[in-house]
Design a protein around this ligand. Structure first.
Ligand code: PLP
Length: 452
């Protein structure tokens, strides 16, 4: 068992982040004509991947197969998926688009897992043909798998997602183990557990169980309890089958991220240790493991950098109108209490701003009043031409664009320390151009409706 690598002090990340902001401004990655971009700290991503691997290696019996399948929804960007693949991770995909991204990144089917509550027959057929692991979300989906596996043999490991119905966390929309969640087979409903056991006994090709009890806002104990329920169900099935039919447990993702400071808390090691205490048998080597972490691998390593276009005041409130709003921080804008983000102020050259903090609203460019990423936030007074950085936005923010007001998808750039205190850059995604926006908005069908 190898010990987990202790993380370097977060202050070095913060210093590199400041260097990256200044370099992004100096090199025009964020400018008057490209006023917003996502920046990603590549070394930080690598370190998180290494911490995840080390945390599980520390507790699992030698030789236990463990696949860390990155939840593609957290950063649907091909270079990010390839970077993580190089760091030993696979992909968890939940749509044909995400599967295509994983394949474009070169992630092999044997390291890909398909989850989704709404898989079409075509999606299932493609996954089975490729040999991708599939977690059925319902008995209805199992019926479809019956038909598909009868008509063509498959190398896909197949499993069932269950909902342990243990309750929710602090964000309703992220809580998938509530009584009435749409995900998985609700295990405590009348007859459900018996039906799941019977489903396995009737289908010798079912070999996996899956649970993902929620994302962000879930207490770690509740997450570990969900895994305990999964483990106990596997033991029950295997006892009734009189063989080790369930050979792999897919424990999902969901490790919460601290959005309040630079501290990485909880760490993967905290969770692995808690799992080891709560479900000791999980790591004993009788079960292969799959994890599906997303947010915790990337959030702390990304930021959205945006120019301040104007400042004004209304009703005594200072407002900085920036280019980062609902199009890029959708959850923060529509559910600000659940998804607060830290905002760092930088000057026109991208240097950290100093000065006595005054309360300001940080607004986005969208045409609705609630398009604010921070309200009444104490910050050094912002001026036109300054910059704001939305911190901890490396997951689910700049990769998950909301096309309101036909605002373009911003560019995304990876950074790493360069020689002589400089910064090296790589384009992850080019900023969308207006012509592309017109094309994806029916530009080729301009006359379509007038001719009907
Ligand atoms: C099935 C499944 N696995 C993994 C994840 C990733 O969760 P997180 O990004 O919180 O780790 C999600 C998120 O919605 C999910 O639905």
């Amino acid at each position: 068992m190898s010990p987990a690598t202790p993380p370097p002090p977060p202050s070095s990340d913060a210093a590199l982040r400041d260097r990256a902001v200044a370099a992004a401004v100096a090199q025009g990655l964020v400018s008057a004509s490209d006023p917003v971009a996502g920046l990603l700290d590549v070394a930080g991503v690598r370190r998180s991947a290494a911490e995840l691997r080390a945390a599980f290696e520390e507790f699992t019996a030698p030789g236990t197969p463990v696949l860390h399948a990155f939840a593609v929804k957290a950063a649907s960007l091909v270079p990010v998926l390839r970077l993580l693949a190089r760091e030993g991770l696979g992909c968890e995909v939940a749509s044909p688009g995400e599967l295509a991204l994983a394949r474009a990144a070169g992630v092999p089917p044997s390291r890909t897992v398909l989850d989704s509550p709404a898989k079409t027959p075509a999606e299932l057929r493609e996954a089975l043909a490729l040999g991708i692991a599939v977690n059925a979300d319902s008995f209805g989906e199992l019926d479809r798998l019956d038909a598909l596996t009868a008509s063509a043999p498959t190398a896909s490991p197949l499993g069932v997602r269950v909902n342990p119905q243990l309750g929710g966390g602090s964000i309703d929309a992220m809580s998938t183990a509530t009584d009435t969640s749409k995900f998985g087979v609700a295990l405590r409903d009348a007859d459900a557990r018996e039906r799941v056991v019977r489903a396995f006994l009737d289908r010798p090709w079912l070999t996996r169980l899956h649970a993902h009890v929620g994302s962000q806002g879930m207490p770690l104990e509740l997450m570990a309890d969900g895994v305990r329920v999964l483990y106990e169900l596997a033991e029950e099935i295997n006892a009734k089958a009189a063989r080790a039919q369930v050979g792999t447990l897919d424990i999902g993702g969901g490790l919460p991220v601290n959005f309040a400071s630079d501290a990485v808390s909880p760490a993967y090691r905290d969770y692995a240790r808690l799992l080891h205490r709560t479900v000791p048998g999980l790591f004993g080597g009788r079960y292969g493991l799959v994890t599906e972490f997303g947010r915790s691998l990337l959030a702390k390593h990304g930021l959205v950098l945006a120019r301040v276009e104007y400042t004004k005041s209304a009703g005594g409130r200072r407002i900085a109108v920036t280019h980062a709003g609902a199009q890029i921080a959708t959850r923060t804008v529509f559910a600000p209490d659940a998804w607060p983000v830290r905002v760092a102020a930088y000057d026109a050259q991208g240097r950290p701003k100093t000065g006595d903090a005054v309360a300001q609203d940080v607004a986005g460019p969208c045409c609705f009043a609630g398009d604010l990423v921070a309200r009444d936030r104490p910050l050094p007074p912002l001026e036109p031409g300054d910059h704001v950085a939305l911190l901890d936005t490396g997951a689910y923010y700049f990769s998950t664009h909301f096309a309101y007001n036909s605002l373009p998808r911003p560019g995304v750039h990876g950074y790493a320390p360069g020689p002589d205190g400089g910064v090296r850059w790589a384009t992850v995604r080019a900023a969308q151009r207006v012509a592309e926006l017109v094309a994806e908005s029916g530009g080729a069908y301009g006359d379509a409706l007038t001719q009907l």
